[in-house]
Design a protein around this ligand. Structure first.
Ligand SMILES: Cc1cc2nc3c(=O)[nH]c(=O)nc-3n(C[C@H](O)[C@H](O)[C@H](O)COP(=O)(O)OP(=O)(O)OC[C@H]3O[C@@H](n4cnc5c(N)ncnc54)[C@H](O)[C@@H]3O)c2cc1C
Length: 309
């Protein structure tokens, strides 16, 4: 068995990647199949994921659009559709609209016949038609006449005034933590999550070192009797898990795995939601293993965006 410390990583590298590369890199965390990433793997991976309905992968890329040339009636029509998980703000002569591929897909499916929705989806599907397969029937120039849609590059999103920055800047963080902490994290419903799956991962495989990995509990000093007991329990659990794998599937064998199991999870949301999470999860009332990871992350985010609460 292996014991690791908890850690986190802000996914800056993926912010610079194309949409499909970003989606593939995030999606593969579920299967821990990152070794399969190649120059040509992203498109087939993402297309298959969309077909399977593994929809949360499509939440892992948010796009900010600057929309001009629309009438007050068209804006009212868009708002009346009550777009879900999409952030809309008026700025001077334009609308700023941020949402994930999934949110735009579902909006298109539901109200793709409305002018602003169609214009935004036409724009995105123009460069990435495979992401809108089944929910988009091609451009509709008559319906969208006069409306201009442009992508707002991340560098420009970063320059928005604080209130807009908080709503439109999405940040992905990959955590390596235990399963008890991820159970708490996934309660923050406005976020998008992707997590290593114990159904698909078979820890007896070479790529996992033929062993189970656990996160060191911050509650016990390494030389304490309690730590000794915890270690003993993990060793025994690992033996039983590996034994069960000899005759059953990972999804069956995982039923013996404990909260201390190491897992990887990506949390993706806007800065306003991160601020809210930090307020709840850095407070003295929060669970200590959650604070252990959230306090340093909050400090890092604050250092980058001192203008935010
Ligand atoms: C110190 C602490 C102790 C806790 N203890 C427990 C516990 O013992 N047991 C337990 O089960 N949980 C517990 N929780 C979890 C807690 O109740 C929340 O579920 C969790 O903190 C996420 O809250 P949230 O407001 O960020 O997210 P959400 O509850 O997801 O809310 C985020 C936003 O989405 C909106 N929203 C989303 N869905 C709905 C909906 N259906 N109805 C209304 N509004 C919605 C809310 O208005 C809110 O603005 C604890 C949390 C903390 C911080």
């Amino acid at each position: 068995m292996q014991i690791v410390e908890p850690s986190f990583e802000i996914q800056d590298d993926l912010d610079q990647a194309s949409l499909v590369i970003r989606l593939e890199a995030c999606g593969r965390i579920c299967y821990k199949s990152e070794e399969k990433i190649s120059r040509d793997s992203a498109l087939p991976f993402v297309t298959k994921i969309a077909e399977y309905g593994h929809n949360s992968v499509l939440e892992m890329a948010a796009v900010t659009l600057r929309v001009t040339g629309c009438s007050e009636e068209q804006i009212a029509e868009l708002l009346a559709c009550e777009p879900r998980y999409i952030f809309i703000d008026r700025v001077a002569d334009a609308l700023l609209v941020t949402g994930s591929i999934r949110s735009f897909r579902e909006l298109s499916q539901r109200v793709g016949h409305t002018a602003l929705v169609r214009a935004m989806v036409d724009f995105q599907a123009g460069s990435h038609p495979y992401l809108f397969e089944g929910v988009w029937s091609g451009p509709s120039p008559e319906l969208t006449a006069g409306i201009a849609v442009k992508k707002l590059p991340l560098a420009e999103v970063e320059l928005l005034e604080p209130e807009l920055l908080a709503r439109h800047r999405f940040l992905g963080v990959k955590f390596i933590i235990n399963r008890a902490v991820t159970h708490e994290l996934v309660r923050h419903r406005p976020c998008s999550f992707l997590q290593e799956s114990q159904r698909y991962c078979r820890y007896s495989q070479d790529k996992f070192g033929n062993q189970v990995t656990f996160v060191k509990p911050m509650f016990y000093a390494e030389d304490s009797p309690e730590y000794g007991l915890w270690r003993e329990a993990m060793e025994r659990t690992e033996q039983l898990y590996l034994q069960l794998l000899e005759t059953s599937t990972p999804q069956a064998a995982r039923t013996v795995l404990p909260n201390s199991c190491k897992t990887e999870i990506i949390v993706y949301c806007n800065l306003a939601e991160w601020s809210h999470i930090f307020r709840l999860r850095c407070s003295p009332a929060a669970e200590p293993s959650m604070r252990e990871i959230m306090i340093p992350l909050a400090a890092k985010v604050k250092e980058r965006y001192p203008q935010l609460d």
